[in-house]
Design a protein around this ligand. Structure first.
Ligand code: ADP
Length: 159
């Protein structure tokens, strides 16, 4: 059974993240979207809200599940009997940080591989940060996020 972990803050999940999940789900028997607690990043959505939004958005994908995690990613990967970490690469700007993270994770556990996936070109400009900014300013985020996320952004930011 080939299991991959797709870790991130997912604050909130965007169509770019979903594109990566779909691609990973074709390559692996099981994909676990692992939502990081990441309190240091002061997320807009609580951990439970982020997990619930991913859950609602992947429910039609039979081999994808959602989980929350805290602590060292490589330890979490091992605890799930997984061997691969999936990360998305949008542009050169992602590369330096992702490269550093992947090599550090390899130093921590050389049995865990990091796999990079490129989203569909129309999603390369998408980030959770920019989606939150557009929503805050009253813009239409429907083209960029799944429906449950759009509804949650509207609720969270109203008033
Ligand atoms: P983190 O805080 O760990 O970077 P994110 O939720 O921002 O968490 O992103 C998780 C992963 O998804 C990262 O590898 C990031 O590069 C990738 N990602 C984010 N947005 C997109 C997108 N639009 N297309 C492809 N990958 C993306």
């Amino acid at each position: 059974m080939r299991i991959a972990i797709y870790p991130g803050s997912f604050d909130p999940l965007t169509n770019g993240h979903l594109d990566v999940v779909q691609r990973a789900a074709k390559l692996f028997d099981r994909v676990i979207v692992a939502v990081a607690k990441n309190e240091g990043k002061h997320p807009l959505f609580t951990l439970d809200e982020r997990v619930a939004l991913v859950s609602a958005s992947v429910k039609k994908m039979p081999n994808v599940t959602v989980d929350a995690f805290d602590g060292l990613l490589v330890d979490y990967v091992v605890s799930k009997n997984a061997r691969a970490i999936v990360r998305g690469l949008r542009a050169i700007s992602d590369f330096e940080f992702e490269f550093q993270l992947a090599l550090m994770n390899r130093k921590l556990n050389e049995n865990v591989e990091t796999i990079f996936m490129m989203p569909k070109d129309t999603y390369t400009f998408l980030s959770s940060r920019i989606v939150k900014e557009i929503a805050r300013l009253g813009g239409d985020v429907r083209p960029f996020v799944p429906e449950p996320v759009q509804a949650a952004l509207k609720k969270k930011l109203k008033g």
